[in-house]
Design a binder for this molecule. Sequence first.
Ligand code: ZN
Length: 238
Amino acid sequence: MIFPKLNLHIHSLFSDGQNSIDQIVRESLKLRMEYIAITDHFTNTWKSDIIPTLNSFAKISRYLEKLNKCRSLLIDIGENLKLYRAIEIDVNSSGSYIKDLIQPDRFDLILFEYLDSNKRLNFLKNLINGWRETYQKKLPIIGLAHFDPSRFNNIQIELIIKFLKDYNIFIEFNSRYPQFYTIMYSYFFQKIRKSEILVAIGCDSHDLTNLCDISNPVDMIKYYHLENNFKNLLNSLK
Ligand SMILES: [Zn+2]
């Protein structure tokens, strides 16, 4: 298959990225990219003291407004670039902080980062169950950013796979963390293939230099024969 130029993990000046959303969109057009998601950070852990984050309802609203304007502009000028309104939520944030500030139906895509224990897995299940009750079918596409399989033993990996399947959650191949996709984790990716878990590509871009740095993720998706999993993700983006 021919892989589209897709990067579903980009940070802007709304958190710790170095560029404005306008600059990211302009560069993506230059690179002839087809799908991008702006995924600025959301957390109230220690991290929020050292990096800017989407830390208020007003700021999140300004962020979404900006993304909406860019999307309409892209449609008006007939560009083939799809821009998704997204956010990257740290699963170590407090539940009340997430519930107070995040209305999931305002986003096209939500990434969760740092899922690394059963405790956080249960936290995430509870959060999404709550959202399902409130928002029903209006939930966005959900994915796990730079998931590290080494954090879980084989039995726990089964639970993770079941979770991804039950909740239709994708696994990201992140070009900044090639160590999470090595053949050491073949057993994990075989299960991903058999269970038809969605897979995506993200570059964790914080500046314009690696906006389309997708060759390693593409190679690993091919290596594990996950092309169909990736195609299914593309379908759910449409
Ligand atoms: Zn990120």
